[in-house]
Design a protein around this ligand. Sequence first.
Ligand SMILES: CC(C)(COP(=O)(O)OP(=O)(O)OC[C@H]1O[C@@H](n2cnc3c(N)ncnc32)[C@H](O)[C@@H]1OP(=O)(O)O)[C@@H](O)C(=O)NCCC(=O)NCCS
Length: 145
Amino acid sequence: MAAEPNGYEIREGYESMDFAAVQRMLETAYWCPGITLDEVERAARNSSLLLGAFHEGIQIGYLRVVSDKATFGWISDVFVEEGHRGKRLAQTMTQRALNHPEHQGFRRWVLKTRDAHAVYAVCGFRSLSDPDDWMIYVPKGRSIP
Ligand SMILES: CC(C)(COP(=O)(O)OP(=O)(O)OC[C@H]1O[C@@H](n2cnc3c(N)ncnc32)[C@H](O)[C@@H]1OP(=O)(O)O)[C@@H](O)C(=O)NCCC(=O)NCCS
């Protein structure tokens, strides 16, 4: 189990999250600007794992996993509030997700990042060696940041 940095606590599960705080973080994120509380909660309810980083009882970090709990996992919505960055919170949450007992024996884990590759590289992620084997469908009217 990846240990929390001093002064921080990692909590797990829907009931442990402060979704108002999560929405305030994610509405500023480049991949989902303006995301609503309803969307944040719906995405969370249908995810397989939610992790939150807390400082003095206040939620300052978030990560969720979308997975079938048998073959694959997708790490999404990783966010750490500005004043708490650089303390290995994202790394700790990512490692917790990978180590989780319900997430063992997968064929692969995936995630998309614009510029935070180093965070995930520490946990063993690498860039795709076979990008031509992957496809994406973007519904009409949507754009991918
Ligand atoms: C990216 C983000 C989640 C990193 O959180 P963090 O808790 O500060 O990251 P960590 O402290 O766990 O960093 C782990 C490693 O990655 C490096 N790193 C952290 N943020 C980085 C970034 N944006 N780009 C490149 N490397 C980064 C750290 O230097 C550290 O390396 P080290 O262990 O050799 O010192 C945080 O900066 C953030 O929320 N940014 C805005 C939202 C975002 O971009 N989220 C990621 C979406 S994929």
